[in-house]
Design a protein around this ligand. Sequence first.
Ligand code: ADP
Ligand code: MG
Ligand code: ZN
Length: 636
Amino acid sequence: MANPVPPRDRTDQPWRSEGAPPPKKKMPGGWPALLLAACVVFLAAFLALSYLGDGDEPTVSYTEFSKQVTAGNVTKIYAKGDAIQGQLKNAQPLPDDKGDYTKFTTQRPAFADDDLWQQLTRKGVTVTAEPVVVQRGFLANLLISLAPIALLVLLWVFLARRMGGGMGAGALGRKAPPKPVELMAGRRTTFDDVAGIDEVEGELNDVVDFLKNPKAYRDMGARMPGGVLLAGPPGTGKTLLARAVAGEAGVPFFSASASEFIEMIVGVGASRVRELFAEARKIAPAIVFIDEIDTIGRVRGGGAGLGGHDEREQTLNQILTEMDGFTGSEGVVVLAATNRADVLDPALTRPGRFDRIVQVSPPDRGGREAILRIHTREIPLAETVDLAQVARTTPGMTGAELANLANEAALLAVKRQQREVTQSELSEALEKVQLGAERPLVIPPEERRRTAYHESGHALLGMLQPGADPVRKITIVPRGRALGVTLSTPDADRYAFTEEYLRGRIIGALGGMAAEHVVFGIVTTGSESDLEQATRLVRGMVGRWGMSERVGRLTAIPGDAQEPYGLVAAPATLDAVDHEMRRIVDECYESACRQLRDNRDRLDALAEALLANETLEEAEAYRTAGIPRLMKEESA
Ligand code: ADP
Ligand code: MG
Ligand code: ZN
């Protein structure tokens, strides 16, 4: 298993890093701890001051005071008006057994006409007028009155830092501390963790080589490409590959998703980018990886992206500026990944920027097997497990899906308290991944019967179309959102499709609805996703793949679903597209109904078998329908 991506170590830092030098000593606990400490200190000071300030001297009677003066037991007094505070030489007991006292306060009655002053001087008592109460010093007063404000300021700085770094820290004239980076514990991701995309690894080897010894390149005066763009469908391992390049070269890896730059506070995206690149330059050679760059790198003026146009553009411009600033010898290589290379701003792919575009595709059969091997490295497999067989039945699946498949199988084995994963867990996991999890629903008999015919319709038409993907499994066990599923997968990987094949797919997709129509004469809601699939196919045929004479060989519908129609073609063309889509679907539906009527006996046989067995495997299904399974010799 590859190492997980390390967590971000600061909330205002939108990137992660691995393999960078260990962090400088950080303030233990960070800001919250500092704030807490400030509170504690403040409280302590406050208590101490008030303790000192307020006299806790016992108040004694004036009679008692006079007695002590006469006895010569008083050393000094403070007096203000008639209030007297003083100190004794020797402690005296308080009345009512309340212990002894040396300090005291007392009040001289206004009518007392003793000769206190003479007595005091005679006994050598130090007399000070004022203060009766020991006043707090000027500093202490200042401290106490300022404390709440100081507290508020602290709180503000704390919040500002949490929120964006820029604002609070900037206003105080202090830059955020250098970003602490974590040294990844354990093994880093390398090319050993990537399989099935060898040609891509080959292209990235230059980058690895450059990062490993930048000096050789520098001496030769060679410039590295500033950026490499990894383009391909989701789950094909682009992110993984970027990390593997860093791991392979043994250089620090900074990774950020483009949306993370602009997700939090508007206006800081650009400064984040600057900070990230500064950090990377500091410890170059290093890799900066910007994931999902299409979120900010779309063609300007296209569909609105995240966080408004200005924010996106500023962030994007900053990235471009940083890349233009490379002299080529810093040893910072920028990798970026996108699912949508077609919508990227040409400014990004200009020479000197992301001028190398590396296509990452779903793996072929050998690749799938290798990926399965990687993801079952730590899973105990039974002797009988045939990963090649699994690879054969998973055309089109990406690395991420295969990783998920391996994990599902392991989970199943644990649930069954087995020591090893066997082929049966693998095929069940594959079923779950491809068809969705089983749902324990009680289906009324009427509906069950209809579902059986619906699925038989899909399956039978799938078997009847020449060149269609063979039917692998039919089931009327509810799975995911569907009441039943018919699974067809190709024998070998396909890369391009003929018009005939696509028509066959549409006919197969409409087969469920057609069967319900032919057998029961009704239409149900159960065909929603079938219709969606058919629509998607026919829209591509007419609008993008030039398979309609009337529309002609042009792109009438943008590939990017976010781009509005109508900007690409004239209304008349769109009318024609609509018309042609209808025509093709109608023809396919006609064909589906006709074939089902002509083969009604086969349809009935399949439906009865399904009602009896719930699930039919490939061989059984073909046998029941009485159709020979045409095995095409597998290529490659
Ligand atoms: P992408 O970034 O292209 O969407 P990821 O790199 O995030 O895909 O892939 C997700 C996971 O799928 C990876 O962490 C890895 O476990 C698995 N995976 C994908 N492609 C491959 C591959 N070629 N080899 C091995 N594992 C892969
Ligand atoms: Mg990714
Ligand atoms: Zn269906």
